[in-house]
Design a protein around this ligand. Sequence first.
Ligand SMILES: [Zn+2]
Length: 224
Amino acid sequence: MDRKKIEQEARRLQYEIWHKRKLLFPLGEPSPVGMCKPDVAARVLDLEIDYRDDLGTFRAGPSAYTIAGMLDRGRGIISLSTRFTDQAMRFTGAHEIGHFLLHPGEHFHRDRPVSEDGHGRSVREQEADYFAACFLASKRLIEEAFAPRFGKAPLVLDDNVAFYLRGAKAHELMRASTGSLDFAAAVAGARSFAGTPFPSLAEKFGLSISAMAIRLQELGLVVS
Ligand SMILES: [Zn+2]
């Protein structure tokens, strides 16, 4: 499935939430970022999110992993393990919603924690990850949050930018290897730039620094 299509699916879900916002948030609407949460999406899609302190392990031996999330399509339940951080749970929740919308043939699906994944993810896993990223942190909302923090995009790494991000440790950033996520991660987790403090982009969107770094990179907002 091409990435444009996946992004469209995420946007369609966001639109549906926006459209039903009066019903979903009778006590007052959260910010647009606050609306893009797995539990809100689950209500719109008529799914139940079941938080469990333990979902067990999958497989045995060295390839065994702690289950972070599950989708049970027949029962309309997404289970999330509370053993993980809030950011990881949010991402896994959105990932399961991605499977629900993108992979109708997936009836019962179990997932390992996103942070332990790395390379070698199957196409479906990558698709669900991309859906999660687009849903939790849409291009438009990231761009809106990016500009007041870092100015006009893209932010290009040079000596000044490295100094604004890292101060006396600027040289570490300049030494990062080409193609690494180091600069994107520094921007994703930055709590100030050129002396102006703010909540980091990762914090604002409730994503891990690495998930936000990947997002900044794929949107072309940072260039190192
Ligand atoms: Zn998955």
